[in-house]
Design a protein around this ligand. Sequence first.
Ligand SMILES: C[S@@+](CC[C@H](N)C(=O)[O-])C[C@H]1O[C@@H](n2cnc3c(N)ncnc32)[C@H](O)[C@@H]1O
Length: 314
Amino acid sequence: MTTKIKPDWAGESLLSQFVNLLINTKPIYNLMKQQARRVMIKTAEKKGIPWRKSYNKLETSGVKQKLKENTNPKVVYPDYYKVPFHAYAEGNLCWQAAFEAPSATYSVALRVWPKENITWETAHRRLRSSFHEVLAKYLTQDVQDILDIGCSVGISTLTLHRYYQQKQNHPVHTVGLDLSPYMLSVAKELDTYNEISQWLHTQAENTELPDQSFDLVTLQFITHELPGFASKAIFQEALRLLRPGGSLAIVDNNPKSSVIQNLPPVLFTLMKSTEPWSDNYYMFDIEECLKSVGFQVLTTVASDPRHRTIVAKK
Ligand SMILES: C[S@@+](CC[C@H](N)C(=O)[O-])C[C@H]1O[C@@H](n2cnc3c(N)ncnc32)[C@H](O)[C@@H]1O
């Protein structure tokens, strides 16, 4: 049996077109959106993720007053970013998305190992360490400067920073970059010990950071939120930012994962209804694109049952 390269529910197939029709029918979409939210929160809380408690804590933390200082007034939001994401009408540009992002992140981790009786803390540790293990295997150079693109509320940034800080016996400087000032405000709030050198509000395609200033650039769970042309522009920018021999590491949904390919109809319909660039992502050949902009692709590894890690070198 040959392995399918993408799920049948993505792209141009009849099944995919039918699901897209449902999603593009407003009343049905609104119903699916509400349903997706309800299912997500209920499942998370049943598994011990303190969804509403964590939301309330952030809401009353005073973080809302810091939006202006975390906003770069020069940023212009691209059209592909200003669409609804994850059942939020304003996508990543609202407090609700930012306050729910930590719990949503831990829920993603739990979904990777649904049959194992593990806590969300363990699931999250495993999710991150499966990525770090691939980095340990394929990155031979010393890592001093790290850029985490699409850092959201900074959980990927902090875990990656701590991993390298512990592994190497010299200081590591890490920058978290995102296009949402709401997410970045929460990231700053959660970076209690100021471990991260900078939280940067800018568009990943055009960061204005100096050439050759990083040893490692990561894209953790961001490419499925991007149309292919934006991913390509970000790869080009990453190439410019990396020192010679430096690495770009990408972790995201694995189109070849049998779990993803065999998602029950209710789940893939919900997923497609909350991820506007999902079809585009599953049809996009990341490795080919990396090569076309000048990277050497070192590996693609199924780093866990749902995700793949791609490492490319400058
Ligand atoms: C799913 S979240 C990433 C999660 C995080 N890296 C983690 O692993 O926990 C995707 C993030 O990418 C950001 N993003 C999307 N397009 C972007 C762009 N063009 N430039 C910078 N950030 C972008 C979004 O604002 C969002 O916070």
